[in-house]
Design a binder for this molecule. Structure first.
Ligand SMILES: Cc1ncc(COP(=O)(O)O)c(C=O)c1O
Length: 435
């Protein structure tokens, strides 16, 4: 497999764009040396790079493309709308239509406001919670890796350059399933926490009624509970992970899976809170999600088409089913190569991830890079194992063959040293302090 055209363009892209890409998670430091630099075309779960190599892709569009690339009914709906104009001086009726459709799926929410990125929605949720409660502090679950590009969250990461200390101090952290830790925060900062902000679930399932207890402790303390469903929304369940676990939050945020890759996100929640951004109250107004491109009509058309498909077809069932097929196949391959504990899958089948550990049982970036290198060589791009509605049995089986072969090399690397097999430097965490 050759990547010559990609390699030449990578030099130009780094001269023009900081990081060579507009999203860190797509950057060159996230992939091995022997990888396609640019993806040009996608159809279903298959993609083609600049050199014409074809791959089966996982985690399409950073998990936003749930149905598959260039999915015909969604493209048609967006295109039909584009031909009618996409942005006017007054709202379009499609904004109401999309809101009705969204709220019919997310049962606990009474109002919704759309935006373009997940971060727009999560940051707006925090602002709204601060305005509603009159408090400044935010408690976030630190086991969930990403909530926003904005200061309230990035200030808590190691890559916090440019963010004032005063802002950083306003966000405090607790661990998932650690109710005692959360209670300690409430004791340490009485009447100061505007919201508790978390994903509903990531790798560990909630234990001992954790989510219900979090909601109760929030409400006893006048704090809002915000669920970030940017990943889990329309993946765990048609009604989100909140429906899956039967807990209604005060506010929740959706993004990725809403529009099959089109730029659309949502902040949804209780009317009394959401209405602070509206016109029908006499309290101080909140500047809630108002941008030039906030409700581009073709993205909303794509979102309505996508949600319609979720409603009509067994999309979510398919995600679970193909994820399970992968999970089982990988378990077998791991046994075959005696790699138990060194390589394996984690997470729900609808959102499957994998870990790579070295001979000391420590998480290993070089081994992750080697695994990526070996599956890419065999036509698979899988920074995660997150499937789409377009992954067929045949795609999964081809993937399992590639993984089986890659794990053969992985075993040899564990025995003989990864440096012998890895070409180029290992990948690095996307959010880090220094290069
Ligand atoms: C859980 C979660 N919340 C929020 C975001 C931010 O979304 P966006 O990148 O669309 O701004 C992400 C992005 O990966 C995410 O995974």
């Amino acid at each position: 497999m050759k990547f010559d055209t990609s390699k030449a363009l990578q030099k130009r892209s780094h001269a023009l764009i900081p990081g060579g890409a507009h999203t860190y998670a797509k950057g060159d430091d996230q992939f091995p040396e022997l990888a396609p630099g640019f993806l040009e075309k996608g159809m279903g779960c298959h993609v083609w790079d600049l050199d014409g190599n074809e791959f089966i892709e996982y985690g399409l569009g950073l998990r936003s493309v749930t149905l598959g690339h260039a999915y015909e009914p969604v493209v048609e709906a967006a295109y039909r709308q584009m031909r009618m104009g996409i942005n006017f001086n007054r709202p379009s009726s499609i904004e109401v239509e999309c809101a009705e459709m969204f709220l019919s799926l997310v049962e606990g929410a009474e109002m919704v406001k759309f935006a373009k990125n997940g971060s727009d929605a999560t940051t707006a949720a925090v602002k709204l919670a601060r305005a509603y409660t009159g408090r400044d502090m935010v408690a976030i679950c630190e086991d969930h890796p990403f909530y926003s590009v904005d200061d309230w969250f990035i200030g808590t990461t190691v890559m916090s350059a440019g963010i004032p200390d005063a802002v950083k101090k306003l966000t405090v952290k607790f661990h998932y399933n650690d109710l005692t830790g959360l209670k300690t925060l409430f004791e340490r900062y009485p009447n100061q926490l505007a919201c508790v902000f978390m994903e509903v679930e990531r790798l560990d399932p909630p234990r001992d009624d954790f989510l219900k207890k979090v909601r109760d402790i929030c409400h006893q303390n006048g704090t809002l509970l915000i669920f970030d469903e940017i990943i889990t929304g329309f993946r765990w369940h048609l009604g989100g992970a909140q429906k899956y676990h039967g807990i209604v939050p005060d506010l929740s945020t959706f993004g990725k899976a809403m529009g099959n890759g089109y730029s659309v996100s949502a902040l949804a929640g209780r009317r009394e809170i959401m209405e602070l951004g509206g016109l029908h109250h006499d309290k101080e107004r909140v500047f809630l999600l108002s941008t030039t491109f906030g409700a581009e009509t073709h993205s909303l058309a794509a979102s309505i088409a996508t949600m319609n498909i979720y409603k009509r077809e067994p999309v979510i069932e398919h995600l679970y089913c193909q994820g399970e097929r992968l999970e089982k196949g990988i378990e077998q391959a791991v046994q075959e190569h005696h790699l138990e504990g060194f390589f394996g899958t984690v997470g729900k089948p609808c959102n499957l991830l994998y870990y790579t550990r070295d001979e000391m049982n420590q998480p290993s970036q070089p081994l992750r890079t080697l695994f990526l290198q070996e599956i890419i060589k065999r036509g698979i791009i899988a920074p995660s194992l997150v499937v789409s509605y377009s992954h067929t049995d045949e795609d999964i089986d081809r993937t399992l063959d590639a993984i089986n072969e890659a794990l053969f090399i992985y075993r040899k690397a564990l025995d003989n040293g990864v440096d012998r097999y890895l070409v180029g430097p290992p990948v690095k965490p996307a959010v880090r302090k220094f290069n």
